[in-house]
Design a protein around this ligand. Structure first.
Ligand code: BV8
Ligand code: ZN
Length: 242
């Protein structure tokens, strides 16, 4: 099958689907200049994300973990959505029921205009108070030390889901339900390594959804896909949505 044939097959699946769910990972933001987790840029000062994005790392050295999040905010503060993000907004406007399920914490889907969306892993641009639980929009980049809550002076943490932490029950139920009931499931820019996000594609496939993967590389989810579009989401998504 040529790429053109695969695109046509993906288009037909989306056109014929009674409902659509989409799972995105860091790859959809790569063309916006946001480093992916497992790509070459996933490293910071020889640390791997799995070593710093944990409650244990934060308990041991909160200032170091905040330094990493501050560096990441600085690194992506000028990033803008790319045509892949906007293609998913178009798809959402055309389809009902529709749910975008993102693993990303860069908020680029929200900036692009996605509304029927759940964020499995939280947001890099929000902080949560360990004292009073308040969640703040927080654009501070290059963070010094450990930021304190304006309301109660408690310690703030990034409002993201760390490795070893449970996802929000309600959000995961909403995502699992969409995966189990959709007619077409689009998996974009994820290495399919992180759980329970990656399993959503298998839930969809087991419930009879047609699964489309958009990724330059093969992933552990590729075997469950009806069609795998090997290329970048910034160029492929606008072509399958048009
Ligand atoms: C949980 C927020 C229950 C933080 C993130 C052993 C011990 C302990 C835990 C586990 C274990 N084994 C499994 C687990 C569970 C663990 C897990 O999955 N670990 C992995 C590493 C094996 N999961 C958890 O802990 C989850 N919680 O399970 O709770 C529990 C409780 C206690 C103990 C056990 C279980 C919580 C997971 C959430 C982690 N938080 N982010 C932060 O950002 O700081 S996950 C992080 O990885 C990001 O959110 C990211 O989105 C996500 C997934 O990565 P990808 O998005 O796939 O990105 P990646 O770089 O990997 O791949 C990019 C892809 O894009 C590639 O395929 C590439 O080819 C492609 N690409 C590149 N360019 C393009 C492109 N595609 C299209 N176009 C392009 N241009
Ligand atoms: Zn507080």
């Amino acid at each position: 099958m040529s790429l053109e044939d695969d695109i046509e097959k993906a288009r037909a699946i989306l056109r014929g689907a009674r409902s659509i769910a989409v799972l995105t990972g860091a790859g959809i933001s790569a063309e916006s200049g946001v480093p992916t987790f497992r790509g070459a840029e996933g490293l910071w000062k020889h640390f791997r994300p799995e070593e710093l994005a944990t409650p244990y790392a934060f308990a041991r050295d909160p200032a170091l973990v905040w330094e990493w999040y501050g560096w990441r905010r600085l690194r992506i503060k000028d990033a803008r959505p790319n045509p892949g993000h906007y293609a998913l907004v178009t798809l959402e406007q055309r389809c009902e029921p529709f749910l975008l399920i993102t693993q990303n914490v860069d908020d680029l889907h929200k900036v692009a205009g996605s509304r029927r969306m759940v964020r499995l892993h939280g947001s890099l641009w929000e902080s949560r108070c360990l004292g009073c639980g308040e969640v703040f929009e927080d654009r501070a980049a290059a963070v010094e030390g450990v930021p304190r809550c304006a309301k109660c002076q408690g310690m703030l943490r990034p409002n993201v889901v760390w490795f070893g932490e449970n996802l929000d029950e309600e959000i995961l139920d909403q995502a699992s339900n969409a995966a189990a009931t959709c007619g077409a499931f689009l998996v974009v820019g994820t290495s399919g390594v992180v759980q329970p996000a990656a399993s959503l594609a298998l839930i969809a496939s087991r419930h009879g959804a047609r699964v489309i993967e958009v990724n330059p590389d093969e992933t552990p989810l590729s075997h469950a896909c009806d069609v795998a579009l090997r290329g970048s989401s910034g160029s492929l998504l606008p072509r399958i949505v048009s």
